[in-house]
Design a protein around this ligand. Structure first.
Ligand SMILES: *Cc1c(COP(=O)(O)O)cnc(C)c1O
Length: 424
């Protein structure tokens, strides 16, 4: 028995499924998850001494690679002054200013502790602002695990085979309407079904929780127009895309201006941070200025802010990181496409910049329904092969691969070699 297997045996007795987040389980793969004890650059190491090229990158936060020296140092330095005060601190002001001064559609911002909280709070603010209740989301988009958002919610839920979560009362989701990704007509129909009742449209501007699904030409612009027409708030859930596609996220990348954005993952550099922000007149609905209540004991705590702000500063001051990620994405994902083509497999790779996903289907994946045509058994087999070859992918068909600044040509070559070996 390996040490990972032994740890997993202990873990399942005391933690549901042995993991503190279901996406970490290898349920779809039928093995014990690898227990990780160290990370360095683009590599992670398990408790059995195996080294892997890491394409999870903590699901995004490690955009500069693991154990990045400046971030580590900033955390150590902040720790020396105390972990949390539950009182206002200077670094929170710096964090808010840093983001608002560089991202034009973020006029005000509030820190929370996770992406889930960010979305839950942004939706509440949108409802408070419009005085309306209904929310339109898209099938296959994940917006965290708050009750109202657990409808056709993508990856974790898809992999476990649960259509929607138990324990969510109908009352909590009756105001959540579900549209089809890349289908503006489906959004218009929902607006027409509930005239004057839709508070917000929330979307992952690049779908990254049903595998990777790109917004087609005009989709995001169309949502902007529909929201303007109907007086609804447009929320971009940039928990994955924020600070990844560009410093200003997908909104900057695609030149579409949302009313509210939610952040998570990269914004905390590995610390538990989320944030929501946007138009001043909406954000001023939030307590203690306005009547929308939202709070957090550890929100904006100085350790998390130190890590996050150091990473954001680095990204902003080194915009070449984004060029590198584009180049590396091209190399890796185009390389995978070429291998598939040569092997005669009908499979495809959806990708944009550092995000990519190999779908085991002949269909073009452009929404939830087409994503679900992917063969998860084939993925499981491929995943095991890659793991054996020292490549750590997310253990689910419906997750993205994340590239970081720390991945070099050498690791991309090694990855492509393993892909080639598999399809030969
Ligand atoms: C990860 C994710 C969330 C939830 O963030 P947590 O920090 O896990 O709560 C929300 N939205 C999107 C798009 C995500 O990828």
């Amino acid at each position: 028995m390996t040490r990972s297997e032994a740890l997993f045996e202990r873990a399942v007795k005391r933690i549901p499924g042995g993991v503190n987040s279901p996406v970490r389980a290898y349920g779809a793969i039928g093995e014990a998850p690898r227990f990780i004890c160290k990370g360095d650059g683009c590599h992670i190491f398990d408790v059995d001494g195996n080294r892997y090229i890491d394409y999870i990158c903590s699901w995004g936060p490690m955009i500069l690679g693991h154990n990045f020296p400046e971030i580590r140092e900033s955390v150590i330095k902040a720790c020396e002054k105390g972990l949390s005060f539950g009182c206002a601190t200077e670094i929170e002001v710096e964090m808010a200013e840093y983001i608002c001064e560089r991202i034009p559609h973020v006029e005000m911002i509030r820190m929370v502790n996770s992406g889930t909280e960010a979305v839950m709070s942004a939706v509440r603010a949108a409802r408070g602002y419009t005085g309306r209740n209904k929310i339109i989301k898209f099938a296959g988009c994940y917006h965290g695990h708050s009750d109202a958002m657990l409808v056709s919610a993508g990856s974790g839920v898809m992999t476990s085979g649960i259509p929607d979560s138990a324990g969510v009362p109908k009352g909590c989701t009756m105001d959540t309407m579900t549209a089809v990704y890349n289908d503006l007509e489906s959004v218009r129909m929902l607006f027409d079904q509930a005239p004057g009742e839709v508070a917000a449209v929330i979307v992952e501007p690049v779908g990254a929780n049903m595998g990777v699904v790109l917004p087609e030409e005009g989709f995001l612009e169309g949502l902007r127009r529909l929201c303007d027409e109907k007086g609804a708030v447009l929320i971009f859930d940039e928990v994955i895309t924020g600070f990844r596609l560009a410093f200003g996220g997908a909104a900057e990348y695609f030149h579409v201006r949302p009313d509210l954005v939610t952040y998570g993952k990269i914004i905390g550099a590995g610390m538990p941070v989320g944030a929501y922000g946007g138009k001043k007149e909406i954000m001023e609905m939030v307590s203690p200025v306005g009547k929308v209540y939202q709070a957090g004991t550890l929100s904006g705590n100085p350790i998390a802010m130190a890590a996050g702000l150091t990473q954001l500063r680095w990204l902003y001051e080194h915009p070449q990181v984004y060029t590198h990620l584009e180049e590396k994405g091209e190399k890796l994902y185009k390389g995978m496409e070429k291998i598939l083509k040569e092997s005669g497999k009908p499979y495809s790779v959806n990708h944009l910049a550092s995000l990519g996903c190999l779908f085991f289907t002949g269909e073009k994946v452009r929404d939830y329904a087409s994503a679900k045509t992917s063969c998860t058994e084939a993925f499981a087999d491929y995943f095991k092969h890659m793991l054996k070859n020292g490549i750590h992918l997310a253990p689910s068909q419906f997750e993205a691969m994340f590239l970081s600044e720390a991945h070099t040509e050498a690791e991309i070559e090694e990855t492509l070699l393993a892909v080639k070996k598999y399809f030969r």
